[in-house]
Design a protein around this ligand. Structure first.
Ligand SMILES: [Zn+2]
Ligand SMILES: [Zn+2]
Length: 94
């Protein structure tokens, strides 16, 4: 997939399959590596091959999977069918 306009590829194993998840940053006292992100949730991509974690302050992903069968929900990161109108997990419209 592309993240913020660039292809995401694992620098450790070279894999290009990632699991996307949200890291809530909005609560008081929540910080990561000493810095705080105002309002926006961080986005974590975990390499499915070697489990290396790539961290983004925010991420807009474009699915480039040629199978085109599923996409990651922009809000919660759940993999949903491309044919679904809304995310079955959080209701986010596509
Ligand atoms: Zn990897
Ligand atoms: Zn969702």
């Amino acid at each position: 997939m592309n993240v913020n306009g660039f292809p995401l590829r694992c620098p450790h194993c070279g894999g290009d399959s990632f699991k996307r998840s949200r890291l809530p940053m909005g609560g008081p006292g929540l910080s990561l590596f000493g810095f705080e992100l105002m309002g926006e949730d961080a986005v974590v991509f975990t390499c499915r091959t070697c489990n290396r974690i790539e961290l983004f302050g925010s991420a807009h992903t474009t699915e480039v999977d040629l199978r085109g069968k599923s996409i990651d929900c922009d809000r919660c990161g759940t993999l949903i069918p491309a044919t679904a109108g809304v995310c079955p997990n959080c209701g986010q419209p596509k």
